[in-house]
Write a new protein. Structure first.
Length: 61
């Protein structure tokens, strides 16, 4: 549950940064990298249960 909450928080943070007048691409990329680490950790935790997870990112229009 902790990882899911962290991913949700990072998603909201990324969205907030993307909506700024002049988004800081470096900051957004850092949050996206951290989110990928959380997804990888979640995938590792789910593997012994026979559950595979995958994700895709949605780019802002």
């Amino acid at each position: 549950m902790r990882l899911i909450e962290l991913i949700e928080h990072i998603n909201l943070t990324i969205a907030a940064h993307q909506q700024e007048g002049e988004p800081d691409v470096f900051v957004i990329e850092e949050y996206e990298y951290r989110r990928a680490q959380y997804f990888n950790e979640l995938a590792d935790l789910m593997q012994p249960l026979g559950v595979a997870i995958s994700w895709h990112t949605q780019n802002a229009a």
